[in-house]
Design a protein around this ligand. Structure first.
Ligand code: DGJ
Length: 729
C-alpha cells in the first residue's frame, strides 16, 4: 500500500492492491492527473507528453513565470494548455474552461487563481497512508492542500481539499471542490447515477456522456431523495455486474452537493465534486482555513458488484462508528409506526413489547408521538418532554418493562425541527431558517431550526444529553422530515448569509459528535423521511439506516438494488408488517414474501400484534430464529447482486461469508407469466472445490453452483426463497 514520489519524473504514485492513482508535477509546476486505473508501478510509464520531455524542460528553463511578458507565442500557449490539462483541482484561471474546482475572489477584485506545486508530505499509519500536496497561488497568499488517503486492502482513495488564507485580506471562496477525477481518455463513457423521490429512492439511471456536462446535484439543504451523491463510470457501457472496469465515487456531505461529469474538447472525461457552489460562498478571513468534505473514489476491474463490495467494506471498516461497525449480531428491531403512527400510549406499548420480545425481537423502538402535544404532525416538535396523557409517568415504566423482557430500548427524535404550534417556537421564532419579509413555508407543518447557530446547537446538545442521561436509552432514531426553504439567517452579516448551507451541516455534525461523545453506548439510527439523507457524511455518525418509507414488496426490489450500490446491506432496516396492503401503492403480498424481505438487511418488524393470528406469530418466530442463525453472514460477508429487478421479474441477492463456509441466497419474484422458466441463478463467492448443502435442495459443488446455478420454478405473483447454504465437504 505505498504512496511513492519519483523525484526524477516528479510523479506521485498511490498504489493499492488493484489500483494505481498517479499524478505528476508538470515542467511549469502544475499538478495534474496521469493515471487512475489498474496497477502501474513505474512512474516513467505514466508520463505521456505532447512535447518531448527534453523540449519542455528546455523551454521551461527560459520561462519561469506563467504570466511573463513572453507569454504570447502559439507554441507556449499550446504547452501551457497541455500542462493545464487534467489539473488535479482546476482553479478558474487561464485555459481552464472545464468545471473549476476552485473559484476565489481576492480583495482587489481578481477572480483568477494560479496554483503551482510547492511541497508534499507522506504520512504512513498502520492501515493507511496519506499524501498531502501543498500548492500555492503564484501571487496571492492562498495555500491549497490536496489530501489523498489510501487503505491497505481497498482499491479506494479518499480525497479532500483545504484552503488556507495566509494573508491579511479576506478571500471569498465561491467554490472549493473536494476533488476532480480523471478516467482514461475517451469520450464514450457511461455515467451511472441515482435519482428518485420520497418513497422511490436510489433509482439507477444511465447517461451516455458526450462533449458536454451532466450535473448531478442537490439544492434542498439536506442530501435528499431526488439524488444520491454517488456516481460510476464505465467505458462504452462495457461493464456488467461482475465484469469490466468501473470507476466510482461517493461524497461525504449531508447538505447541498454537486457532482459534474463532463467530456472536454480533448475527449477527457472528468468528474468534479464537492459542496454545491449554488447560492453558496465562504469568507476566508486572515489565517483561516476551510476543509472540504471527503470525496471517496475507487476502481473495480470486476464490475459494479466489486465496486459495491469495496464500498461496503470501506463503510464497515473505516466509516461506521466503532465498535458496532464490526458487530455481527445485527439487532432485530420492533417499531409500530407503520401501523399505529401517533396513536400510541403506555399500556399499548407495553403489550406490544411483550409480544415483540416473545417472538425474538431485540430492540423495542418507540417512534414519533411520545412527546408533549404530539397527537398528529401539526404540533409538538421542539418540546421534548414526555406526553402527559400518553405517558403520564414518563418513559421509565415502559423502558423498565422493555428491559425486563430482555430487549433494549430505542426512541425517535427529530432535533432539527420545530412546529409553529410549540412552546419552543413561541420563545425562539428567530431560531428557524427564514427571511424576515417572507412567509415561512412549512413542510409537514414544520420549520427547520438553524443548526448553523451556536445557540441552537447548544440547546440540542443539552436536551439530548438530558434525555439520554435521565432515561436508559440504547438507541436513538434521528429523523429529519423536510427540505429547506427561505434559506435566510437574519442575524448573520450580509457577506456571510450564503454560508448557511455549509454552517448548517457543520453544526449538525457537531451535535452528532457531541451526543456520541457524551453517550458512547447509545447507537443512532439515521432517517430522513425514510431514505432521504443516505450518504457517507452521516454514515460516520450513525449505526443504522432507514431504507425508505416505502415498505411495498415490489418497490423494495429496485430500492434495494440502488441502495446497495454504495451502502452495505448490514445498515438498513429491512421492514415488514402484517398489514393487508401496503400504504404506498395499496399492494398486498403474501406474508411469507414479507418475511423473506426481512432477510435482506437488518430485520425490522412492524406488525400490529393485536391483529396477529397464531399462525402468523409462528411464521414470524420461525423467520427470526433463522435470521439469528444467518445474520452474521449479512453483517460481515460479501454481497453479490445475482439477478437484477431492472431486467427480470425478480431480484436475487446472496451473501457469502468471507471464509466461504456459509452463504445465504435470497429471491423475491413477481408476476410470473407464460409458464416462464427463468434462467438458473448462478451463485458467486463460493469455493469451487468445496461441497455445499443448499437448504433442503441437496448437496452441490461450489463450481456447480457458480457455473451451472440453481433453477427454480416460481409461482404466480409473489414467490420468494430464503436458502441457507453451508459448506459440507
Ligand atoms: C418519517 C420516518 O421515515 C418514519 O419512519 C417515521 O419515523 C415518521 N417520520 C415519524 O414522523
Amino acid at each position: 500500500m505505498p504512496v511513492t514520489y519519483d523525484s526524477e519524473c516528479k510523479a506521485f504514485l498511490l498504489t493499492t492492491p488493484g489500483m494505481t492513482y498517479a499524478m505528476e508535477v508538470t515542467p511549469l509546476g502544475y499538478l495534474r492527473s496521469t493515471h487512475w486505473g489498474g496497477v502501474v508501478n513505474r512512474a516513467q510509464d505514466l508520463a505521456p507528453r505532447l512535447l518531448s520531455l527534453k523540449e519542455t524542460l528546455a523551454w521551461n528553463d527560459k520561462y519561469d513565470h506563467a504570466f511573463s511578458d513572453s507569454y504570447n507565442s502559439t507554441w507556449q500557449e499550446n504547452a501551457m494548455l497541455f500542462e493545464k490539462q487534467n489539473e488535479e483541482i482546476a482553479p478558474l484561471s487561464a485555459y481552464v474552461f472545464c468545471e473549476p474546482g476552485i473559484k476565489a475572489l481576492f480583495h482587489d477584485g481578481t477572480r483568477d487563481v494560479v496554483l503551482k506545486y510547492h511541497s508534499h508530505v507522506i504520512d504512513k499509519q498502520e492501515n493507511t497512508e496519506t499524501l498531502a500536496i501543498t500548492l500555492r497561488d503564484v501571487y496571492y497568499p492562498l495555500k491549497i492542500e490536496l489530501y489523498y488517503r489510501i487503505y491497505d486492502r481497498l482499491d479506494i482513495v479518499d480525497r479532500w481539499t483545504v484552503a488556507v488564507n495566509e494573508g491579511k485580506e479576506d478571500i471569498l471562496l465561491e467554490s472549493l471542490q473536494s476533488a476532480a477525477w480523471h478516467v482514461p481518455q475517451g469520450k464514450e463513457h457511461r455515467l451511472s447515477h441515482m435519482s428518485g423521490k420520497w418513497s422511490g429512492e436510489y433509482q439507477i439511471e444511465h447517461v451516455w456522456l458526450t462533449q458536454s456536462k451532466v450535473v448531478l446535484d442537490n439544492r434542498s439543504g439536506i442530501s435528499n431523495h431526488f439524488a444520491t451523491p454517488w456516481f460510476a463510470l464505465d467505458y462504452k457501457g462495457q461493464a456488467q455486474e461482475e465484469s469490466g472496469k468501473v470507476w466510482f465515487g461517493a461524497l461525504h456531505w449531508s447538505g447541498n452537493w454537486k457532482i459534474v461529469a463532463e467530456v472536454t474538447q480533448y475527449n477527457q472525461t472528468r468528474v468534479t465534486g464537492g459542496i454545491n457552489d449554488f447560492d453558496s460562498t465562504w469568507k476566508l478571513a486572515a489565517n483561516e482555513s476551510f476543509t472540504t468534505p471527503i470525496f471517496t473514489g475507487g476502481y473495480s476491474n470486476a464490475g459494479f458488484g466489486k465496486a459495491s463490495r469495496t464500498l461496503h467494506d470501506y463503510v464497515r471498516d473505516h466509516l461506521s462508528p466503532k465498535p458496532f461497525a464490526s458487530e455481527t449480531q445485527l439487532p432485530i428491531v420492533y417499531n409500530c409506526w407503520g401501523v399505529f403512527e401517533f396513536d400510541i400510549n403506555i399500556e399499548q406499548q407495553i403489550k406490544l413489547a411483550k409480544v415483540a420480545a416473545d417472538i425474538g425481537c431485540e430492540v423495542f423502538m418507540v417512534d414519533d408521538g411520545w412527546f408533549s402535544t404530539r397527537d398528529d404532525d401539526t404540533s409538538g416538535l421542539g418540546d421534548w418532554w414526555c406526553s402527559p396523557t400518553k405517558f403520564p409517568n414518563g418513559l421509565k415504566p415502559l423502558i423498565d418493562a422493555v428491559k425486563s423482557y430482555g430487549m433494549t430500548f430505542g426512541l425517535w427524535v427529530e432535533p432539527e425541527m420545530v412546529n409553529e404550534r410549540s412552546e419552543l417556537f413561541a420563545k425562539h421564532p428567530e431560531w428557524t431558517i427564514y427571511f424576515p419579509a417572507r412567509e415561512r413555508t412549512t413542510g409537514r407543518n414544520q420549520l427547520v431550526l438553524n443548526f448553523g447557530r451556536q445557540d441552537v446547537q447548544d440547546w440540542a446538545i443539552d436536551w439530548l444529553d438530558r434525555l439520554l442521561t435521565e432515561n436508559d436509552i440504547d438507541w436513538l432514531k434521528w429523523d429529519m422530515n423536510r427540505y429547506f426553504t427561505e434559506p435566510g439567517w437574519p442575524d448573520m452579516p450580509g457577506d456571510r448569509q450564503r454560508e448557511i448551507w455549509i454552517r448548517y451541516v457543520h453544526g449538525l455534525y457537531k451535535v452528532f459528535a457531541e451526543v456520541r461523545r457524551k453517550h458512547p453506548h447509545v447507537k443512532i439510527s439515521n432517517c430522513a423521511s425514510g431514505g432521504g439523507r443516505v450518504e457517507f457524511g452521516l454514515a460516520k455518525y450513525t449505526d443504522r439506516q432507514s431504507l425508505s418509507d416505502n415498505g411495498d414488496g415490489l418497490d423494495f426490489q429496485k430500492i434495494w438494488w440502488g441502495f446497495t450500490q454504495f451502502m452495505p446491506p448490514r445498515l438498513p432496516g429491512s421492514y415488514f408488517n402484517n398489514a393487508q396492503a401496503n400504504g404506498i401503492n395499496g399492494r398486498g403480498v403474501p406474508f411469507s414474501y414479507n418475511l423473506s424481505k426481512g432477510f435482506f438487511g437488518q430485520m425490522y418488524v412492524g406488525s400490529n400484534f393485536f391483529k396477529s393470528d397464531p399462525e402468523e406469530i409462528r411464521q414470524t418466530t420461525e423467520a427470526i430464529v433463522l435470521y439469528k442463525k444467518v445474520r452474521h453472514i449479512i453483517a460481515g460477508g460479501d454481497m453479490y447482486r445475482l439477478v437484477s429487478p431492472y431486467e427480470n421479474p425478480l431480484i436475487s441477492v446472496m451473501y457469502a461469508a468471507k471464509d466461504k463456509n456459509q452463504a445465504l441466497l435470497l429471491i423475491l419474484t413477481h408476476s410470473m407469466q407464460f409458464y416462464n422458466l427463468l434462467p438458473a441463478i448462478k451463485l458467486q463467492g463460493l469455493d469451487p472445490d468445496a461441497l455445499y448443502k443448499v437448504g433442503d435442495l441437496g448437496t452441490y459443488s461450489g463450481a456447480g453452483l457458480m457455473e451451472k446455478g440453481l433453477a427454480f420454478r416460481y409461482e404466480a405473483d409473489y414467490d420468494s426463497r430464503v436458502i441457507y447454504i453451508e459448506k459440507c465437504g
